[in-house]
Design a protein around this ligand. Structure first.
Ligand code: NAG
Ligand code: NAG
Ligand code: NAG
Length: 538
């Protein structure tokens, strides 16, 4: 079942992996570890025409009670010095929202980039502001402290063309990194006195928790179509992390990305994109590339809401099957197979190999599903899984070869293969159980499910250890002695049938004495067939 061709099929599956788009969003309502009321989404788009990477940024500032005070900011770079900053401020009452692009040479108020020529004279990405506006907040977020929902969203949508050309900040900006350093900051108090011009001075960010660091996964934010990513402010960060490297994309995140891209491709194909729709804040507008503006736009088009991740999808079903097969095999079948081998019943050995073969078939199918369903091999659940599959392939071969030699005319003895089979089994089973738990974690099962699974696995391992120990003491020392080569049939028959697992005994290969190897293969095979037939009657 684990032959060369299926292994090479798996390798092919490994090679055909394509990177997929994971939507990136940062969401921070005040009180969520920091004094901030902002959110943003990022889409990384490579424009083939200009041969450069563009960053599509949608930025939200949550405003309460129609306040015209304060500003919100995000920036590319690990610290203020040299960061490429995007700052918004404005007044919901007059629907003015300003987006200003700034930098600074130290920890003081940033200035528009043209004023900072002495500090930085390198390339400056072009920022195309597609839209800045205030919208009434229609979302679900309720701020406990203020006993209110936000009243408005300050929305800025802009494209940073060639964003990775900015070199003023430490570590630079890279279009293919999974951990682009960024910072955010907020101020709620500054009264702009009606002056929302792009050059006006701004006060410092809120003292204390009004700023923070984050790392954004831009590599996986690469989309084949250009658009401003959606923001769901009832969900938390995706593709960004405030305390370290962003996690690898989950299947749900990639599925959501796939859905978004197909929606935007459909929209482009249909030629009916609208740039001025009064869509809900959750929707995401298509960015026209100038080829699809034929459709008349009367502002009535309402965007389809972003499909939820919970919808039925084949990939998700496949993961469930993968998980089911693996759990069944490693938590039920294999332990049962080991248990039966150690049981005193006559059919012990037959039960062992039948059940374990069945489990191996189930694991093979599960693994194949896992490979086909995976978009990349990049996490330790996958590495460990591959290792376990290889070990099980070795187990199958070892177990079978040992058995064949054991029942051969010169057999009846322990082989190194038997010993390795036993020890490899003892290592692989706990590892596989661990991997079942890690799979549950990956699918974001609750801690209760995961800890119950781990507890069950631990109990099984303890029981198996006890059963093996008892089986060993139960067997009189006499049977531990090496079986003489060429033992007569009756004795061997008795041993195989009655004394069960001597075949996979753990004692060191005392029986390795006498290395007389097979003389006549044909005769041996005949013998073997006879013996197997006899065994089956047992
Ligand atoms: C990054 O930019 C280079 C060209 O500078 C381009 O070849 C590559 O495809 C881009 N990668 C991503 C992930 O956008
Ligand atoms: C790509 O760049 C070209 C040239 O600047 C521009 O006309 C086009 O709109 C860009 N495409 C997108 C999707 O932004
Ligand atoms: C706007 O266009 C849609 C079709 O695109 C049409 O059904 C609708 O009647 C139009 N509304 C107005 C006000 O023109």
């Amino acid at each position: 079942m684990y032959n060369i061709s299926s292994l090479s099929a798996l390798l092919l599956a490994l090679l055909s992996i394509v990177s997929a788009y994971r939507p990136v969003q940062f969401v921070k309502h005040t009180g969520e570890s920091g004094r901030a009321d902002q959110a943003f989404s990022l889409v990384n788009y490579y424009n083939e025409t200009t041969q450069q990477s563009d960053l599509y940024v949608r930025m939200w500032a949550f405003r309460y009670a129609s306040s015209a005070k304060g500003w919100a900011s995000l920036a590319l770079g690990p610290q203020m010095k040299g960061a490429l900053m995007f700052i918004t401020y404005g007044d919901p009452a007059s629907n003015t929202l300003t987006l200003t692009v700034r930098t600074v040479d130290g920890h003081h108020p940033p200035r528009p980039i043209p004023e900072m020529k002495d500090f930085y004279s390198g390339e400056v990405p072009t920022v195309d502001v597609v839209s800045t506006r205030f919208e009434e907040y229609t979302g679900q977020f309720y701020q406990e402290k203020l006993q209110a929902k936000p009243s408005h969203l300050g929305v800025a949508e802009f494209i940073v063309r060639g964003y990775d050309k900015w070199t003023a900040c430490e570590l630079g900006v890279h279009n293919d990194t999974t951990k682009q350093s960024m910072i955010w900051s907020s101020n709620f108090k500054q009264d702009f006195g009606g002056d929302f011009s792009a050059e006006r001075g701004i006060d410092m960010h809120q003292f204390g928790l009004g700023f923070g660091f984050l790392w954004a996964d831009l590599k996986n934010a690469l989309s084949p179509v250009a658009f401003f990513g959606p923001i769901n402010d009832m969900e938390s960060h995706k593709g960004v992390n405030e305390i370290g490297d962003p996690l690898v994309p989950t299947t749900e995140e990639l599925d959501a990305g796939e859905n978004l891209i197909s929606q935007h491709k459909d929209a482009l194909g249909g030629g009916s994109t609208s740039d001025s729709d009064k869509s809900t804040s959750d929707s995401d507008k298509e960015v026209s590339d100038g080829t699809d503006k034929s459709g008349a736009d009367n502002g009535s088009k309402v965007e389809e809401p972003v499909k939820t991740v919970k919808q039925f999808n084949i990939r998700s079903l496949m993961w469930h099957i993968h998980g089911f097969l693996m759990t069944l095999s490693f938590l039920v079948l294999y332990p049962l197979g080991v248990y039966f081998l150690r049981s005193p019943r006559a059919t012990a050995f037959n039960l062992h190999w039948t059940i374990n073969s069945l489990s191996s078939v189930s694991v093979s199918v599960g693994a194949l599903i896992g490979f086909v369903n995976s978009r990349s091999i990049s996490i330790w659940h996958q590495y460990l899984g591959i290792l376990i599959i290889c070990a099980l392939a070795v187990q199958t071969v070892l177990g079978w070869r040992h058995h064949v030699i054991y029942i051969s005319p010169h057999g009846g003895r322990r082989t190194w293969m038997g010993a390795v089979h036993v020890w490899l089994g003892r290592v692989v089973l706990p590892m596989a159980m661990l991997n079942v738990a890690s799979g549950l974690l990956l699918r974001q099962y609750g801690w209760l499910t995961v800890s119950l699974t781990v507890a069950l696995a631990a109990v099984e391992l303890i029981v198996l250890t006890l059963v093996v120990g008892r089986a060993r003491t139960r067997r009189p020392a006499a049977t531990q002695k090496a079986v003489p080569i060429g033992a007569d049939e009756a004795e061997e028959y008795f041993q195989l049938a009655g004394d069960d697992d001597d075949e996979f005994s753990d004692s060191d290969a005392e029986g390795a004495a006498g290395d007389g190897e097979r003389v006549n293969k044909n005769a041996e095979r005949e013998e073997q067939a006879k013996r197997l037939a006899k065994l089956d009657k047992v």
